[in-house]
Design a binder for this molecule. Structure first.
Ligand code: URA
Length: 242
């Protein structure tokens, strides 16, 4: 791959800018100053600009632990978005969140530039699992759990129409029936909040802990991110194709 193509694909510099940076000796390939902007490199060669590693990946998949107050969008005129939490170089790579979490929901957001894969993962036909930890205002009774698990009818509002939720898995903690986990295979607007309202309860906190069989890395603090591992990427592709 040409160095200037690599630099622009990495979101670092245009072809013109790369030529200038090479002239100034600011780009090193394998620790040696690059001689020409059109020199051929192996995309796995270590490349640095002013000593800072240039990250290039053909396919980018990012696991982020979304904090409260951040919107799941690429840009927003008033709010900070999940893309804003990434380094500038990655912000230029046309990444977008695969599915949405509400502003006041925390946890696993997947960011990618692969539109096709994202589309397949989110397709209602695939029934991709998403697991959330929740707390609610009032204890969930065994009857509530039966109702929620079988599917409840969600009332229409100005954002969404009435619908019956698909069967799902709900459990509460042994010692605290106001907290638990829910596994959904669909992703409708404010789904869990509205499901809890359907059983006369109220979500007090919500966090996604798993997506398409991939668990949120407990080492990621709120606002932190990392690339998916090869094994996680394989799981994602499997979920998108089955
Ligand atoms: N259900 C909700 O109500 N909110 C989310 O963010 C995700 C699922």
């Amino acid at each position: 791959m040409r160095l200037d193509k690599f630099m622009s694909a990495a979101g670092v510099s245009s072809r013109k800018e790369t030529a200038l940076l090479v002239k100034k000796g600011r780009i090193l390939v394998n620790g040696i100053p690059a001689k020409k902007p059109d020199m051929h490199i192996d995309p796995s060669d270590p490349v640095t600009l002013d000593g800072v590693p240039v990250i290039y990946r053909e396919h980018i998949f990012i696991m982020m632990n979304k904090p409260l107050g951040i919107v799941s969008a690429t840009e927003d005129p008033n709010e900070k978005t999940v893309v804003d939490l990434l380094p500038e170089q990655l912000q230029r790579q046309h990444l977008f969140p695969c599915g949405r979490l509400d502003k006041n929901t925390t946890g696993f957001v997947l960011l990618t530039s692969e539109g096709q894969l994202s589309h397949r993962i989110l397709s209602p036909k695939r029934h991709v699992e998403k697991t959330y930890r929740f707390t609610v205002k009032y204890p969930l009774s065994p009857d509530d759990i039966v109702l929620l698990s079988a599917g409840v009818t969600i009332k229409a509002d100005s954002h969404a129409s009435e619908w019956k939720t698909a069967p799902c898995t709900v459990s509460v903690d042994k010692t605290d029936p106001t907290s638990g986990e829910i596994i959904l295979t669909e992703g409708k607007y404010h789904q869990i909040k509205r499901m809890m309202e359907a059983v006369h309860n109220q979500i007090t906190s919500l966090s996604r802990i798993s997506f398409a069989g991939i668990d949120l890395d407990p080492a990621l603090a709120l606002g932190e991110w990392r690339f998916l591992t090869d094994a996680e990427e394989k799981m994602l592709r499997y979920a998108a194709d089955t």
